[in-house]
Design a protein around this ligand. Structure first.
Ligand SMILES: [Zn+2]
Length: 50
């Protein structure tokens, strides 16, 4: 599920993304923004740990 922070152009794909987890619940908006987060790209490629 895509989500991003109100004040950011970077969006996230995975709930477990560390950057995504830093977004305060109040600032969290669902849907993609301009740019996919680098961590999420790594997770997608299966490069991220765990
Ligand atoms: Zn992310």
């Amino acid at each position: 599920m895509a989500y991003h922070s109100k004040d950011s152009k970077i969006w996230h794909k995975f709930e477990k993304c560390v950057d995504g987890n830093n977004i305060e619940r109040d600032n969290k908006v669902s849907g993609p923004a301009k740019k996919l987060c680098e961590h999420c790209k790594d997770i997608e490629k299966g490069k991220a740990k765990r």
